[in-house]
Design a binder for this molecule. Structure first.
Ligand code: AMP
Ligand code: GLY
Length: 425
């Protein structure tokens, strides 16, 4: 088979690596890809939002299946463009990707179908939002309706912060049109867990759990980032939590989308908060998490191409999804200064130490090939993943593997997966 993957980050590298393990695959292309992906796939110089060019490439190169890794093309309707040309593609159509693309949509869906989530109100005008915030309880959460690179969520501790937040999102439009509508949401507390799933329109199969570390600094300090590291499974995702979510959240979401005439095929990523009142949905995403994919996929036993096909064909009920009974930790190596200001273009040394290894991996997020050398090319540069019998061992292995890599402004958190200690104590 020939596979095309659309995207260029660590998530797409993890997908490409997992696809490369399939005996059924002869050739992998990735558009646009990066230097690491280029070691296992042929990178194609077409942007992820160039739908017509991508479809033409898929047709001209007899691609059997295209996998969309990123949210922007999904929300923009890339799947509809491929399907209209008879091309096989994995991911939700535009009318279903709205589950991630509009927070107002997803909140209304949860309310209508009694799926547990934080209480909220939606506003289309800054005046109405401000009037509401005059008498609200604090802290409170403001969310831009649309995609905002994961940065459109503001936690406001005081009324002043909330008023400034409304100005930022709706008046000065820091995140463009994604702030035309905002959701104002009750502030919740609790552990966060990421649960990814495969969905074929009717059937949903849950993957192993994971947890992300979003803040830039140790001890969850500093600014929000795309994610500084992950671990899987989450020790807080107990059988009781799993049972509750199976009963009230997972299938309920798939059925709700179907009932709305928005059949969902692809990945649903459930961002959950384990509150004192039980698990609640923080957000939905319509694609793998980044860097959740980097810890979940290395633990998956199935041939992923079989699973992708089953989702597209509506036969996911025939798949027995299996994960290894172990753990994985991913530590992101970033450029010092990320997510604000950082230099790039430094040579990355030590990548050869990871070649042919199956218990530790390096997934490239921001790298590029210049004059035969691989150099840093982004805020998040690499994700170093290692497996272990349990989380403590996986964490030790991952940090040991980070020492194999050198570049000039290498920065990482030193406490990825540290929450595990609380469980063990
Ligand atoms: P989201 O993009 O909706 O997942 O929000 C990003 C992050 O903001 C989440 O991972 C949480 O840490 C935090 N967050 C979002 N909504 C809430 C909420 N209602 N209460 C507390 N924290 C929240
Ligand atoms: N790691 C969170 C996300 O992919 O949105």
């Amino acid at each position: 088979m020939k596979i095309l993957i659309v995207g260029s980050g660590g998530r797409e590298h993890a997908i490409a690596w997992k696809v490369s393990q399939s005996d059924r695959v002869d050739k992998i292309y990735c558009a646009p890809g990066n230097a690491g992906i280029g070691q296992i796939a042929e990178c194609v110089d077409i942007g992820a939002m160039e739908f017509d060019k991508l479809a033409e490439f898929a047709k001209n190169n007899a691609i059997d299946l295209t996998i969309i890794g990123m949210d922007d093309p999904l929300v923009g309707g890339i799947v509809d463009v491929f399907e209209a040309q008879g091309l096989k593609v994995f991911g939700p159509r535009k009318n279903a990707a709205i589950l991630e693309g509009s927070k107002a949509f997803s909140k209304d869906l949860m309310k209508k179908y009694n799926i547990p989530t934080a209480a909220y109100e939606t506003f289309n005008s800054p005046e109405e939002a401000k009037a509401y915030l005059e008498t609200s309880k604090y802290p409170i959460v403001l969310k831009a309706d649309g995609l905002a690179l994961g940065k459109g969520v503001l936690i406001c501790n005081t009324k002043e912060e909330a008023m400034d937040g409304v100005n930022e999102l709706m008046v000065s439009k820091k995140f463009g049109d994604s702030g035309n509508t905002i959701v104002v949401e009750e502030f919740m507390t609790g552990r966060e867990v990421s649960v990814l799933s495969f969905v074929d329109g009717n059937t949903i199969k849950i993957m192993t759990s994971a947890q992300d570390h979003k803040r830039a600094g140790d001890g969850d300090t500093g600014l929000n980032t795309g994610g500084m590291g992950t671990f899987s499974p989450s020790p807080f995702y107990t059988e009781e939590v799993d049972e509750f979510c199976k009963k009230h959240i997972y299938q309920a979401t798939v059925d709700a989308m179907k009932a709305e005439g928005r059949e969902f095929k692809g990945i649903i990523f459930f961002g959950l908060m384990l509150t004192s009142e039980g698990p609640k949905v923080l957000e939905y995403n319509a694609r793998f998490g980044d860097p959740e994919a980097q810890v979940v996929l290395p633990r998956m036993k199935n041939d992923i191409v079989d699973v992708f096909e089953a989702c597209v064909n509506g036969t996911l009920d025939k798949i027995d999804l299996e994960f290894e009974d172990n753990a994985a930790v991913c530590v992101v190596l970033a450029s010092d200064g990320y997510p604000v200001k950082y230099e790039k273009g430094f040579e990355i040394k030590g990548l050869e130490n990871f070649e042919g290894k199956d218990s530790y991996f390096v997934f490239h997020a921001g790298s590029k090939l210049v004059d035969g050398k691989i150099v840093t090319n982004g805020g998040r540069v690499l994700g170093v993943t290692a497996k272990g019998e349990n989380l403590v061992e996986a964490r030790a292995n991952a940090y040991k593997a980070t020492e194999l890599i050198e570049f000039d402004n290498k920065y990482m958190r030193h406490d990825i997966g540290k929450a595990i200690d609380e469980v063990n104590e």
